[in-house]
Design a binder for this molecule. Structure first.
Ligand code: ZN
Ligand code: FE
Length: 259
């Protein structure tokens, strides 16, 4: 299975995976890059996966429907124009022979879901995770419809997946996120090393994604809310609490105003 990140808008990625004949796309906010790729690679469109209702993730669906030969899968609890196969937490789907489990990850939006591939025993690459605007490399989505406690729990569910999991986020925010991560943990060498690696990738016009969960656990401050240095940094921003949720909430607010 080939995995391709199709750039869209200023900093979105529409993920496409294909077996050489059929393709699945995730969060097609714009139809044009998808139609281009389908034509260029001579692929039929077998299914669309959607993580949440924002326009930059669903806007291309109407224009793709005439080409679509299968379902649009999406979150049960969000308002997305149908026909839509509505998915609940724990449900499994099969697309192009790959099995994915649906994980509820509220926080960015109330009904946001992620698609975690059920690891194929023989697969050389790690299982895929399509996590939309919940988990980014070195960062996480803004909390628009949920609470900090919900978002923290959602990230906890994703970070419990296998370390080899390939994290396919919906935006190229990695360098800005790493600048924030370095402010939170100036002594974290993994953050500096990864920033150098990602700067080189971006200079070559390459995506910094997918990341892996094992890497995220080392560089993503939002997954490190129990680390003493992260707790200390959150407290220096004036948060009184010490629980991981308090620390997470303080980091998220700090990031909102970080430039
Ligand atoms: Zn969004
Ligand atoms: Fe988005």
């Amino acid at each position: 299975m080939d995995l391709v990140a199709l750039p869209a808008f200023a900093d979105n990625y529409i993920w496409l995976f294909h077996d050489g004949a059929q393709a699945v796309v995730v969060d097609p906010g714009d139809a044009a890059p998808v139609l281009d790729a389908l034509d260029r690679l001579h692929l039929r469109l077998a299914a669309i996966l959607v993580t949440h209702h924002h326009a930059d993730h669903v806007g291309g669906i109407p224009a793709l429907r005439p080409r679509l030969q299968g379902p649009v899968y999406g979150p049960a609890r969000e308002d997305i124009e149908g026909p839509l196969q509505r998915l609940h937490d724990g449900e499994q789907i099969e697309v192009l022979g790959l099995h994915f489990t649906v994980i509820d990850v509220p926080g960015h939006t109330a009904g946001h879901i992620a698609y975690a591939q059920v690891a194929a025993p023989q697969a050389p690459d790690g299982p895929l995770l399509f996590c939309g605007d919940t988990l980014f490399s070195a960062g996480c989505g803004r909390i628009f419809e949920g609470t900090a406690a919900q978002m923290h729990a959602s990230l906890g569910r994703l970070s419990a997946l296998s370390g080899q999991t390939r994290v396919c986020s919906a935006h190229e925010y990695t360098l800005a996120n790493l600048a924030f991560a370095a402010a939170v943990e100036p002594a974290n060498d993994a953050v500096h090393a990864h920033a150098q690696h990602c700067r080189a990738l971006r200079e070559q016009g390459q995506p910094t994604l997918p990341s892996t969960l094992a890497l995220e656990l080392r560089i993503n401050p939002f997954l490190r809310c129990s680390e003493p240095d992260v707790i200390a940094a959150a407290r220096a921003q004036g948060t009184a609490g010490r629980t991981p949720v308090d620390v997470f909430a303080a980091l998220r607010e700090w990031k909102n105003r970080f430039r």
